[in-house]
Design a protein. Structure first.
Length: 218
């Protein structure tokens, strides 16, 4: 038992209340951990699928770019790429998943129409337009993949932290409180036994004294 804990009935009541709170918190944290693990596994699957899509779409986009280069030449392709006025970017804002703050990453100026791309639509062909569209779609998916993989890292960190709290409550805090309750209860029971014995002994002495007084009087 903790040396700072006084073996009193009030302290026993406090420890029992703390144990009840610890047991309730332990159950809540276990439920949260299980829910986080389910969300984590779902996000892992989503990231795996996205990674496969990004890889295949990147290969397809490069093939279309190769066709565009063979049609227009490298100089046209590079010059057209430099004419875009809308520079791709991202907006990041927080979102909440099971109490975990995760960045919501939104692509900006990635998917554009023909006029927003900057190059002349009269000098290009469908092959170049298709290659541009393919890379825009791939970049959009890469941003989504980045968001998903960031979610995985945040969820994993929260799972580890929650698991540490669950283990602390299960293997440290609750056993310590139960041990303290047991020691206080044993101490109070001993005191009660000693009081009962003392009362019984006192009663016997009184009865003996009364008996001796009666015998002396007779």
């Amino acid at each position: 038992m903790n040396e700072g804990v006084k073996p009193t009935r009030m302290e026993l009541l406090n420890c029992k209340q703390q144990l009840a709170m610890a047991e309730k918190g332990h159950e809540i944290l276990k439920q949260k951990r299980d829910a986080l693990v389910m969300e984590f596994m779902k996000t892992i699957k989503k990231a795996k699928n996205l990674r496969g899509e990004v890889n295949s779409e990147t290969v397809a986009a490069h093939r279309k770019l190769a066709v565009a280069r063979s049609t227009h030449g490298d100089l046209f392709v590079e010059a057209s790429a430099m004419q875009s006025n809308a520079i791709p970017g991202v907006n990041v804002r927080p979102k909440n998943i099971m109490g975990v703050s995760i960045p919501l990453i939104e692509a900006v100026n990635v998917k554009r129409n023909l006029l927003e791309r900057g190059y002349s639509v009269h000098g290009s062909t469908a092959a170049f337009d298709e290659a541009t569209t393919a890379f825009e779609n791939t970049l959009q998916k890469i941003v989504y993949l980045a968001e998903t993989e960031t979610s995985i890292k945040r969820l994993l960190a929260e799972i580890e932290q929650t698991n540490r709290r669950v283990n602390a409550l299960e293997y440290n805090i609750q056993p310590a409180l139960r041990q303290t309750i047991r020691h206080i209860s044993d101490h109070l029971n001993r005191l009660e036994s000693e009081r009962f014995f003392a009362l019984k002994l006192t009663k016997a002495r009184i009865e003996n004294a009364e008996k001796e007084a009666q015998e002396a009087g007779s």
